[in-house]
Design a protein around this ligand. Sequence first.
Ligand code: ADP
Ligand code: MG
Length: 303
Amino acid sequence: MLSVKKLTFSYNKSPVLNNISFQVKPGEHLAIIGESGSGKSTLLKVLYGEYDLDEGHVFWKDQEVLGPKFNLVVGYDFMKYVAQEFDLMPFISVEENIGKFLSNFYPEEKKARTAELLEVVELTAFAKTKVKILSGGQKQRVALARALAKQPEIMLLDEPFSHIDNFKKQSLRRNVFKYLKAKNISCVVATHDKEDVLGFADKMIVLNQQQIVENNTPEHLFKNPKTPLVASFFGEFNLINNTLVYAHQLKVVNHSELKATVKTSYFKGHFYLIEAELNGKPVLFEYDKALASSEVVCLSVVK
Ligand code: ADP
Ligand code: MG
């Protein structure tokens, strides 16, 4: 398994990660979440051995992952990393990029493997297309497939679906995570998108101010958010009597002490998000219809 022990890292004295420890078991999926600039990408790069640590250790099984000072060629066969900025070979085709690191010694297997991965990332129709003319999202899918080509034991993915449009994103995400689970490949995903976490990640780490502030299952953290940071990751929320309450946990009832004056209704698909005022402070709740501005409604917390 991946063992991260008391890892501390800074870029030229400005600290980014401080005393980080966690583990990822074979086949387990871990999400790393945090605000922009919280160090998610840095953590993945450090796990990959791109930088030397100030302190601490990273192990995959018995092998220590070493930085450039001790390991001249960055990276190991058991681990693949898909960066936020992916570097592909622009002048060769999608299938050539995916198969680039596969041996030509077994042409039939290479062909089958490439075809399988093209299906996972839904690019079969683009097999012969030069990467140069692909969109950002399509390039991201090629980078994912290429990283999977040699069947790593662990994948490090940095915002892996961020460039992919909503039409493709949902099914692609399911394909990729299902594939990783089926092959028992461990996975560490840096993301700020709850859709990359819910339903897929076994565990979730929250980074804030250089440290891990939470390490638990997504379900536990969703149901028991202790800080606005965690709650805001999952959705709109309110602080009512010092308790974090998601917008969907505030219901309109016939009578209650909580009387809110409606300001704005936002159409959200299967519900409306209502912005209102409660005791002089803004409050957000969900309702199945739009409400008229200045209408007064009674609210109740239903958890
Ligand atoms: P995230 O991926 O969570 O947005 P990053 O890991 O990219 O965060 O960045 C964490 C912090 O490290 C930020 O303050 C960022 O400005 C800084 N940083 C990132 N890369 C470098 C670098 N190559 N040199 C110096 N500082 C960097
Ligand atoms: Mg990043």
